[in-house]
Ligand binder design. Structure first.
Ligand code: GAL
Ligand code: MG
Length: 957
């Protein structure tokens, strides 16, 4: 008789409703066999004493072992650390004769409590085992991190019982478990006897159809006992118990006023099956949808951004046998670091891990216990039909065991095992079992079976290049990036910028959470052991030390860096005004105070705003006026601190922080909202926003995201929109590259407003405008993030630009243009002058205060071409006939005043200037050098203007 149970979810029975809702594994119907067992260590399977096989356990001289636990951490055998290479010969399915083997024995008393079956459940044994109950062979199993259950009712006796196991380190299964980690053996997870009643298998599926959430229940039943179902949420009744018919194997319950699950607000429901009014079976579930909408991964319709981490199960003194307390502490630490996702690299984790993820809120990629990294591609097991069953059954055992956890959004087919037919079959079977989740596997490079394109360690350029292809394509995630080995990783900030700008790049998972050094005490000394320290022949040394935290979970600097970069709050600061953005997608930001601190070499000034009004997900705070702390330059830091414990955050935590330069010239010390006489006027429609401050009125076109009108003292300055531009009139030395620029159509750019948010108070308007700006036809463009501040009659633009797609590798210039309505009479400025200057030709133009009539601004080259740039401009004033315009640059910029006709920007074609003296003001963050390429070399590399990241900040008044 086959005693091993088939696929089913992992569940427990309880004696009260309260106990079932508490969802802990304490129940009269659960008997843990954890503890000290008899143990015998043999060097091979063949060395097993005959008495053991004959069930004559009292004839053996036992030692002891703790269950759960690994052999190697209790003095039996040694760990081996190897990354890719197998430490044994590749002759599957054979394994070495020398094979660390553990014989386990336990005598225990048992009294049956229910009339159903008794099940013996193993949550994880490395790497394979056989089991005997009362001397009778029950079965065998492999799959180190998967559940195996045996029906034991027939063999289990009232009173004394004897359980025996034989566990081997090397098995056929080891070929499937070549993960980059320590090779260990033993009973690493719980062994439990479960009493069952009536229900033999249950599958609970929440579904959303026509805006109604329903939870569907499929059952396998034993005795047709009285069965009722109820649904609870935080102890409250959502659906009261109601019976189903005696033979029903299906039920559906409607959930009214649904509270959705997400990783920020992890609402959990519990379905409880009540059997005969006395036995309870709870299944926790969440209402949430994971799907692709227009090729973007979405959770409850919101695009996902994984700020994730890869996590192995590891304890520096216990190996892979973790206690629940330890898991909980570790996950709280991860949550406090603002990490929102975990990939269970590279095997299904302990069942309790998923309960914690459901409760604390993590998005989980649940990965199957499959890695065959050491096989050459041609000999890969995933192409071998003899291994098909192993692939499929490992997949289905994971999916069926973990089916109910809302935190799991994707199933991962495994890691680094090449790609072949066995994965295709496995994916098919998983989909048939679970149609509610998506599939991940990094090895499926052509995306034949997966729902998401996943890569490891892609460079920022590779990410951008793919994202910029501008065709409908799979969403891209990095299942591993930011290799945290030793001191590092670097450039997390640049990765995050790509994740946040490019819709199709949906984040990644740092490799990895923890260093896996093994703590060894040597007399009075303790040290962490790495690969090779146990005398291994095949090993990979310190490659096992590549985490964000040390083996004892002490955070490394990299964890602080990552936490800062992914913090859920963005700070915008200018002129003593502060705006916060809540980057949570589903959750209000509330219950925090703001502490600010000004510092320079001489002084520190601190203050706080004791509470911040709640900020809705994805939106901006009100504008917070910070009292000007000083009349000198310095730095100002902001910290958000929880007012009381919220979730995992404590009042001593810094929830989010940011530092800015404090420029005294920007500040008006002592200014408060009430002391300001002139306030702003503000109008908004679907297509524009208009703000009047003192004598200036600015209008923003919400379709293009551009400033479309700038009125000063009643005079409209602009003739067309102020737009970003890359074009300069061709110079003789540009002839060669100009062909590329012409083919790239970079003279005419179109602007689209992608996202927009606003915050204002009586004196200040802050606008956050994300634009996409691109030329006609070409497969490239620019993501532009603008922070516009309107205060004190001034407009400040602080912007960042990321090139996207196959842009020409360099561009002539980059900056904003103001095409003027009226003639500019005169310009005065502080910067390089008086004549023009370019990056590779400026030594004769000293920095100073200058003034010129507009007509004298440019140099009259015989062949008309680009002329007139002034570098290092910090301030300028333009005089018109009836008004003036002031420019202040936060960091020195290029400035130029070019005739509208010379500029030839096609954007102005609808408004041809009548007056040849009509000008365009250019404020440029970058300018290419001149070189002598008309008959000589290009400009030196450092004088080229690369199509990369650029930023600039300036104020107009
Ligand atoms: C990846 C692999 C990980 C780990 C990492 C390097 O290739 O999936 O398991 O080996 O590289 O530390
Ligand atoms: Mg590997």
């Amino acid at each position: 008789m086959e005693k091993k149970l088939g696929l089913r979810a992992r569940f427990n029975f309880y004696e009260t409703l309260e106990a079932s809702l508490a969802y802990q594994e304490h129940s009269k119907f659960l008997t843990s066999l954890a503890g000290t067992w008899d143990f015998l260590f043999c060097s091979s399977i063949q060395a097993t004493p005959a008495a053991f096989l004959e069930g004559k356990y009292d004839q053996l001289e036992w030692q002891t072992i703790e269950v759960p636990g690994n052999f190697e951490f209790q003095g039996y055998g040694t760990p081996i650390y190897a990354n890719i290479d197998y430490p044994f010969a590749l002759v599957p399915p054979r394994v070495p004769f020398e094979n660390p083997t553990g014989l386990y024995h336990l005598s225990f008393e048992y009294h049956k409590k229910l009339d159903g079956q008794q099940i013996l459940r193993f949550d994880g044994v490395e790497s394979a085992f056989e089991v005997w109950l009362n001397g009778r062979f029950l079965g065998e199993s492999q799959g180190s991190r998967l559940m195996t259950e045996f029906a034991i009712s027939e063999l289990l006796k009232e009173g004394k019982n004897e359980l025996a196991l034989r566990v081997v380190k090397w098995s056929k299964g080891s070929y499937m478990e070549d993960q980059d980690m320590w090779w260990l053996a033993g009973v690493t997870r719980d062994i439990t006897i479960i009493e069952e009643s009536e229900i033999q298998s249950i599958k609970v599926t929440p579904k959303l159809e026509q805006e109604q959430w329903t939870v569907e229940i499929k059952l396998k039943r034993a005795h047709q006992k009285r069965l009722e179902f109820g649904v609870f949420n935080e102890g409250e009744v959502v659906c009261d118990f109601r019976s189903v018919s005696e033979d029903a194997t299906f039920a559906a319950l409607k959930i009214q006023q649904p509270k959705l699950w997400n990783y920020e607000t992890p609402n959990l429901y519990t379905l409880v099956a009540r059997i005969d009014g006395t036995v309870y079976l709870p299944i926790r579930f969440g209402l949430r949808r994971i799907e692709k909408i227009n090729q973007i991964l979405c959770l409850n319709s919101e695009p996902i951004l994984f700020n994730g981490v890869n996590r192995h199960e590891f304890h520096c003194q216990k190996g892979r046998a973790l206690t629940k307390e330890y898991m909980k502490e570790e996950l709280i630490q991860i949550k406090r670091a603002h990490i929102n996702a975990i990939r269970t690299a590279h095997y299904p984790n302990h069942p309790y891990f998923y309960d914690l993820c459901d409760e604390l809120g993590f998005m989980v990629i649940d990965e199957c216990d499959i890695e065959t990294h050491g096989f050459p591609e041609q000999a890969s097991l995933c192409q071998d039909p003899l291994w098909e069953e192993a692939f499929c059954s490992r997949g289905l055992r994971m999916v069926s065991r973990d089916y109910h956890h809302p935190s799991i959004l994707l199933w991962s087919l495994g890691n680094e095992s090449h790609f072949g037919i066995n994965f295709v079959k496995m994916a098919e079977k998983i989909r048939a079992y679970d149609s509610t989740r998506l599939i991940h596997y990094e090895g499926d490079r052509e995306c034949q079976v997966v729902d998401v394109y996943s890569t490891m360690y892609s460079s920022i350029d590779e990410l951008k290049a793919r994202a910029s292809k501008k065709i409908s394509q799979m969403p891209h995630i990095l299942c591993e990036y930011g290799h945290a080995m030793g001191n590092g990783p670097g450039s997390l900030k640049e990765y995050q910028e790509v994740f946040e700008q490019y819709d199709s790049v949906q984040g990644g998972f740092i490799w990895e959470w923890k260093d896996h050094g093994i703590l060894v005490e040597d007399g009075t000394q303790t040290s962490y052991k790495i690969g090779g320290d146990f005398g291994e022949y095949v090993h990979d040394g310190d490659f096992v030390i590549d985490g964000l935290v040390l083996p004892d979970n002490r955070p490394s600097p990299a964890l602080f860096e990552y936490t800062k970069i992914i913090q859920p709050v963005e700070f915008f600061y200018h002129g003593n005004q502060l705006v916060l953005r809540n980057k949570y997608k589903y959750k209000q930001l509330t219950g925090v105070k703001l502490v600010w601190e000004f510092q320079n070499k001489e002084q520190t000034v601190v203050g706080e705003i004791s509470s911040i009004s709640p900020i809705d997900p994805g939106t901006l705070s009100e504008v917070l006026s910070i009292p000007a702390p000083a009349e000198v330059n310095g730095v100002i830091s902001f910290r958000l601190i929880p007012l009381e414990p919220v979730g995992v955050f404590q009042p001593e935590d810094i929830f989010a922080s940011e530092q800015f330069e404090y420029e005294a010239s920007y500040q008006k010390p002592g200014r408060t909202e009430t002391s300001l006489e002139k306030t702003i006027q503000y109008t908004q429609s679907d297509s524009f926003i208009q703000v009047t401050m003192e004598e200036t009125t600015v209008t923003i076109n919400l379709h293009t995201g551009n400033i479309s009108s700038f009125v000063k003292q009643g005079t409209e300055l602009l003739n067309a929109e102020m737009n970003l531009s890359l074009h300069r009139q061709q110079i003789s030395n540009d002839a060669e590259i100009q062909k590329i620029w012409n083919e790239s159509y970079l003279r005419e750019l179109f602007s689209y407003c992608r996202k927009f948010a606003i915050s204002k108070n009586q004196t200040t308007v802050f606008l956050l405008i994300d634009q996409y700006i691109a030329p006609p036809q070409a497969p490239w463009g620019m993501y532009v993030k603008n922070k516009l501040w309107l205060l004190d009659g001034k407009l400040t633009r602080d912007c960042e630009i990321w090139f996207d797609g196959q842009a020409p590798s360099e561009v002539p210039r980059i900056g904003w243009e103001l095409p003027f309505q009226n003639k500019v009479a005169q310009v005065s400025w502080y910067g390089r002058g008086p004549g023009e200057s370019y990056p590779d030709s400026h030594y004769s133009s000293h920095i100073g205060q200058y003034q010129l009539d507009a007509k004298d601004w440019a140099f009259p080259y015989v062949v008309p071409q680009e002329t007139g740039n002034r570098m290092a401009v910090e301030q300028a004033k333009l005089l018109f006939e009836d008004t003036e315009l002031e420019l202040v640059c936060a960091r020195p910029l290029n400035m130029n005043l070019v005739p509208m006709t010379a500029n030839q920007n096609m954007n102005y074609r609808f408004k041809q200037p009548e007056d040849p003296l009509q000008r365009v003001l250019r404020i440029d963050g970058g300018m290419r050098g001149l070189g002598s390429h008309s008959c000589g070399p290009k400009p030196l590399d450092k004088y080229l203007l690369k199509s990369e990241y650029h930023s600039m900040k300036f104020t107009l008044a």
